[in-house]
Write a new protein. Structure first.
Length: 422
């Protein structure tokens, strides 16, 4: 009986693997659109016209990335952003970075900053965005905004809330301007500005911060300053995330819920079509094997069909991440994906790079089964995991539940990191 059970389990595993190892068939090809270039300065956008019907009347377009360090993901998104801004009237850009730290970047693209973009990226944004590719995209936004009215300019926002320093600095400055900064409030804000995130808050410090947040919420109720009210809310989110960060599941769920809340608030404030840039894991419309509800699922619940997602996939190449062995962030070899990874099938397509409408009801049976059944796909976080078979290098989900469309890049290079500019 035991031998029969082992045989059935082995047979079942082989069956699942076989389903995941579907080879690319010529009947699949008409259902993908070749991406002619991943470079933003490509003159001919005829290939992008294939997405026009997909995004028609959408209010929010989310652009994912399977890693935070793949050059072709960044440049392709730059190209798509230009197309969405110029051809589809999108004017709000939201990135997976802190809300408060993004205001100076927005001032730059609006033409109202004397600082260099390299300095602003170094001082304000996450290291993942301190790249030549992001720099070029922001310089394009600044160029596009020249000689336009404020209402017609591209605006830049962040939707994240992980850092208390910049939020606290701005709040302190605004309260001081309005003569609302008492000694106790200033002291607690100063403590948050200088807070060491690696150090656990004492019960006394936590009590002081809770008292501060209650006081700030009272101020927000009587304030007409939307930015101040938003920043106070982001600081409140930040502290909630900080206090639960050791329980990783709770941390992940809260962060995504708050990012979605902030995207909604930005949309309410601006009332314009919006582009969201974040990792695949955040923009996805449905949870993967982690079972945590991503930001995109919350946005889908709220915006319904007005929310449209492009997930990004790749086969092999390099990406930028932190290598613990080398003790530095550097270009890392992605290697070959494991045998039951869906990206192996996509690598067999006749096109180097392509777009696939995952919700197309006319897909050939085998291709439909591939995207509608649970499968492994490549992903990476900020830390390099050398073992290509490690589950940390993959997520498991039904692609058609995670995203509306997939942009696939067969071979990748690492982003070009910029040096820190103080």
């Amino acid at each position: 009986m035991r031998r029969i059970l082992i045989f059935l389990i082995a047979y079942f595993c082989l069956l699942i693997t076989a389903k995941s190892q579907i080879k690319w068939d010529d009947t699949f090809t008409p259902f993908v659109s070749e991406l002619l270039s991943t470079e933003p300065n490509w003159d001919n956008n005829s290939d992008l016209s294939a997405i026009d019907n997909l995004i028609q009347d959408k209010k929010i377009i989310a652009l994912g990335e399977a890693t935070h360090g793949t050059r072709e993901f960044f440049t392709t998104k730059h190209r798509l952003i230009q197309y969405l801004v110029e051809e589809h009237d999108f004017r709000v850009f939201v990135i997976e970075d802190d809300y408060a730290s993004t205001h100076l970047i927005n001032e730059f693209v609006a033409g109202n900053s004397e600082h260099s973009i390299e300095t602003l990226l170094s001082r304000n944004w996450l290291g993942a965005w301190r790249t030549q590719e992001v720099r070029d995209m922001l310089l394009w936004m600044k160029s596009f905004n020249e000689n336009r009215s404020d209402s017609d300019k591209v605006k830049v926002y962040g939707c994240d809330m992980q850092w208390a320093r910049i939020s606290s600095t701005y709040i302190r400055s605004e309260l001081k301007k309005s003569n609302l900064l008492d000694d106790e409030t200033e002291k607690t804000l100063d403590d948050l500005i200088n807070y060491n995130v690696r150090k656990k808050m004492s019960k006394r410090e936590k009590k002081e911060v809770k008292h501060l947040l209650a006081h700030l919420n009272e101020i927000a109720l009587n304030s007409s300053n939307d930015r101040l009210k938003f920043t106070i809310r982001v600081l409140e989110q930040c502290m909630d995330v900080t206090w639960t960060s050791k329980i990783m599941a709770s941390f992940s769920g809260k962060r995504d819920r708050y990012m979605a809340e902030n995207c909604r608030r930005i949309q309410d404030l601006e009332g314009r079509k919006m582009i969201v840039w974040a990792h695949n894991q955040h923009i996805a419309e449905h949870s993967d094997n982690s079972k945590q509800k991503p930001m995109g699922a919350h946005l889908k619940d709220y915006f319904a069909d007005n929310y449209y997602t492009f997930g990004f996939g790749f086969f092999t190449g390099e990406y930028f991440a932190y290598d613990h062995e080398k003790k530095k962030s550097c270009s890392c070899d992605a290697g070959m994906p494991k045998n039951d990874c869906i990206d192996r099938t996509f690598a067999g397509a006749p096109y180097e790079n392509f777009v696939l409408n995952l919700k197309n009801k006319e897909l050939p049976e085998e291709l439909a089964a591939l995207v509608n059944n649970t499968s492994w796909s490549r992903r990476a976080g900020g830390t390099y995991v050398k073992d290509n078979n490690s589950d940390l290098n993959y997520c498991k989900r039904k692609l058609s539940e995670g995203y509306d469309a997939l942009i696939f890049i067969r071979n990748t290079k690492s982003v070009n990191a910029l040096p820190y500019t103080p």
